[in-house]
Design a protein around this ligand. Sequence first.
Ligand code: SAM
Length: 308
Amino acid sequence: MPRSSILRLLRDSNAYMHCADNLAFMRPLKNESMQLVVTSPPYNIGKSYEARSSLDSYVNTQAQVISECVRLLHPRGSLCWQVGNHVFKGEIVPLDIILYPIFREHGLKLRNRIVWHFEHGLHCSKRLSGRYETIMWFTKSDDYIFNLDAIRVPSKYPGKKYFKGPKAGQLSCNPLGKNPGDVWIIPNVKNNHVEKTIHPCQFPVELVERLVLALTEPGACVLDPYMGVGSSVVAAAKHGRIGYGSDVVQDYVDVAWERVHALKAGTLQTRPMNKPVYDPKKPYGGHKEQKRMEKALVLPFARPARRS
Ligand SMILES: C[S@@+](CC[C@H](N)C(=O)[O-])C[C@H]1O[C@@H](n2cnc3c(N)ncnc32)[C@H](O)[C@@H]1O
């Protein structure tokens, strides 16, 4: 279908997306209506979709957007701000450090600073190549939604039992798997990734899926104010939540709608959650092993394997 004939809908049953500045998009939305706000803002490093500005003016703009997101955040909700470094004349400025005080001023509570590690990116010659970014996970209150069971990963020794004491013979680990921890190893979306679109730096859907599953309930609303090609909206819709998002680039919004429609039609390919990172030293890069394990254990987190 030619891009021009794609319906520029503003809403669907599980997605509300618009080509607009995020402040304009958010203003009409209801107070405390979002269980999760998850986003990756521009880093002010001169990507194709951003104009470089001074760090002060960047931080001021972020403060306005964050304030609107806090207004929309449900009392039991979470706000996840995914950032890397702003780079100026070879000096790095970690954006989580710079932006953290803004969230604190709003009374948000930091629950985790998740390190997202990936293996591909620019090769630096005057400093070490950057291979992680962070997700600051804040909650609005101490009474927050956190469904750990929904995001457990396979334990290292799933059948391990206590060998003495009152629990001797019982499983010593949770049969549903273990807590995934705060270092997430998830491939970033480069050219050979199954989710790659026209966007230069999109979220891997699996990264947002974890947040959606852990931090929201079915039917809840999820907002991405810098949605790009709608990866957060896709992750939300994939799990029966309602995704909201805006971007200032119409082409990205068009792709976002294509992805949401493909998801509905069952034709959208996404990299499965918890698929191990390709390891060239293992047969089939280690992916065959995963399939065998999933079949043998029939664990609740085992997803049907797809190509990526
Ligand atoms: C880092 S990218 C986010 C990519 C997104 N996570 C994805 O998976 O596609 C940041 C996005 O913010 C958009 N953007 C920049 N300023 C904006 C604004 N004021 N309102 C809405 N979107 C904006 C850019 O066009 C860009 O697509």
